[in-house]
Unconditional design. Structure first.
Length: 292
């Protein structure tokens, strides 16, 4: 992501670019030891209290996560840059299994590189999203939470909040096969009601070359507190108290169900169909936006 900065020409601009690139690059390094169980132990009670009362959070069937082995948790992504369902699920996971059980989540580079928030995320076990970082955590025996839909899915319009949209990204399948771990789908609803998301702004992102510079395929437009019209969501927003419901589905052993050399398209369709069915069920339970 920051290779362009390191290749700037010499001179003051080049030195400044290399300095920024090196500083940010160090923040993106995946160090499993950055996860701090003591920090989680102290913060967990009041954060879970906030989550329970403000978002009326409900996380179902955490027992579907195997307790004795690493797994790849695959979730749908919602809520713009203030991704409440990740926050809720991480709290519920550590409450259910205990903070001593290693657990890591993958996030966009921009979130990890943010000076203050990035440090807190790393203490909670979050790492910058890459195949290598996920493999490192899985090899260490930790469950890893990934969101294949990334920025494309989390910034989808609010009226598509009940749709799984991974944009055809199948890297999570190869990751599970390479690591020899099952896929555990995690389906969430409510995050896309924490603001009114109007457009991904994909054309605007291309025009500004954000994909090349920042790995951003979108420049979303939303109506959100406290900004009103919010372009980019770079500073985040104050999320509305939408009810968040999350359901964990049974594990999928890809090799056992699809053979030693599975067709990625077939696995992708199977996983996303299961998740869509579960999301349809959660959507059917909701009577009103935000209220749930």
């Amino acid at each position: 992501m920051y290779q362009e900065l390191r290749e700037e020409p010499s001179g003051l601009r080049g030195r400044l670019a290399r300095f920024v690139g090196d500083r940010v690059g160090r923040r993106l390094e995946a160090r499993l030891e950055d996860r701090d169980p003591d920090y989680l132990r102290e913060a967990l009670p009041w954060l879970w209290l906030l989550s329970t009362f403000y978002f009326r959070a409900e996380v179902r069937d955490l027992g579907n996560v195997p307790a004795d082995r690493p797994v790849l948790l695959v979730g749908n992504h919602s809520g713009g840059n203030m991704i409440v369902d990740t926050f809720v699920f991480s709290l519920a996971f550590s409450t259910f299994f205990g903070v001593e059980r290693p657990f890591h989540q993958l996030a966009h580079n921009l979130a990890i590189a943010w000076p203050v928030a990035g440090g807190l995320l790393r203490k909670g076990g979050t790492m910058s999203a890459s195949h290598e970082h996920a493999e490192k955590a899985l090899e260490a025996g930790a469950p890893v939470l990934v969101y294949p839909g990334g920025d494309w899915e989390t910034h989808r319009p609010s009226w598509e909040g009940d749709k799984i949209d991974f944009a055809g990204r199948k890297g999570f399948i190869r990751l599970a096969l390479d690591a020899g771990v099952p896929i555990v789908p995690v389906v969430a609803i409510g995050g896309q009601e924490t603001a009114l998301f109007l457009s991904r702004g994909a054309g605007l992102a291309r025009a500004l070359r954000l994909d090349r510079m920042l790995r951003l395929k979108v420049l979303p437009v939303s109506i959100a507190l406290p900004w009103g019209i919010n372009v980019g969501d770079f500073a985040g927003h104050f999320p509305l108290p939408s009810k968040i419901t999350i359901e964990v589905l049974p594990p999928i052993d890809v090799e056992r169900e699809f053979g030693p050399d599975p067709d990625p398209d077939e696995v992708y369709e199977h996983v996303t169909a299961l998740m869509q069915d579960a999301l349809d069920g959660l959507a059917a339970e909701r009577r009103f936006p935000v209220i749930g």
